[in-house]
Ligand binder design. Structure first.
Ligand SMILES: C[S@@+](CC[C@H](N)C(=O)[O-])C[C@H]1O[C@@H](n2cnc3c(N)ncnc32)[C@H](O)[C@@H]1O
Length: 258
């Protein structure tokens, strides 16, 4: 497995406009906060972290990300109570925070049954948790990636590894939030319709996110072949409509402690 950082801020930012709506919806779930202390887990290039910091007039915001490339992009946005640090969202400790926020990142963290109590423990009394994760694994964009990975020579190169999303059912989160003592809770699944120029753009979309998981596990020499084969499979699976609607299921969670 390659140890290189496969997150490419430019590739991810190509669809910043389309990726923004879920963030807007997540922030709309927040109840009023007064000069909060905030942590944004998996903050990426920090653009939305900075916006959140400003919008909430936060006393302090820390953006946490594991990718050096993303953090390099975030660094110039630091200041006035906003800072960024490298870390793993799954094992991050600190706080207490008034808001634990994470947009489109915690699907990269394993074992949500262990993760959720850890996130709750970061919160001060009355604190809020707001999380958005993609749950699009049944769309051809994801299924064809898995099918490509199961073909030779990729299967052998991946050593039997299969990508499985750690995201659990919406019902599981509803119950877990209740058991963790959150007195107000919202659990919502929404299907976003991302409008792309053509189905080819689906490849560009997932190259900036889902496919990074395959890329970092495959030898560099096999990566162009994987991408080519994935492109072929996807072209066979999706209609050639222009513009192309890419339906994308996402889970939004919000909860507040007493
Ligand atoms: C899809 S981007 C989302 C970035 C940002 N939250 C946004 O909404 O624009 C996912 C981010 O999660 C980060 N990430 C993935 N696994 C992580 C982990 N275990 N700990 C911290 N960050 C992680 C990636 O480096 C990437 O920047």
């Amino acid at each position: 497995m390659s140890t290189t950082d496969t997150w490419n801020p430019d590739q991810y930012a190509r669809f910043a406009g389309e990726r923004r709506q879920p963030w807007d919806d997540l922030t709309a779930l927040l109840s009023p906060l007064s000069r909060p202390r905030v942590v944004d887990l998996g903050c990426g290039d920090g653009a939305l972290t900075a916006e959140l910091h400003g919008r909430l007039q936060a006393r302090e915001t820390v953006g946490v990300d594991s990718s050096p490339a993303m953090l390099e992009r975030a660094a110039p946005r630091a200041g006035a109570g906003l800072r960024f640090k490298q870390g793993d969202a799954g094992s991050f400790s600190g706080g207490p925070f008034d808001l634990v926020f994470s947009n489109a990142a915690l699907h990269w963290v394993a074992d949500h049954a262990a993760l959720l109590p850890r996130l709750a423990a970061l919160l001060a009394p009355g604190g809020q948790l707001a999380v958005q994760v993609p749950v699009n694994d049944q769309h051809p964009s994801h299924l064809e990636a898995a099918a490509t990975a199961a073909e030779p020579p990729f299967e052998a190169a991946l050593g039997g590894w299969r990508r499985e999303s750690p995201v659990l059912t919406p019902e599981w989160y509803a119950e877990a939030l209740f058991r963790l003592g959150f007195t107000a809770r919202r659990v919502r699944v929404e299907v976003y319709g991302h409008e792309l120029a053509s189905r080819d753009e689906v490849v560009e979309w997932v190259r900036g996110s889902l496919l990074t998981d395959y890329q970092r596990r495959l030898p560099e020499a096999l990566w162009p072949g994987f991408l080519q084969r994935y492109r072929e499979r996807l072209a066979a699976a999706l209609p050639d409509q222009r513009p192309f609607l890419y339906p994308y299921r996402r889970l939004l969670l919000w909860a507040r402690l007493a």
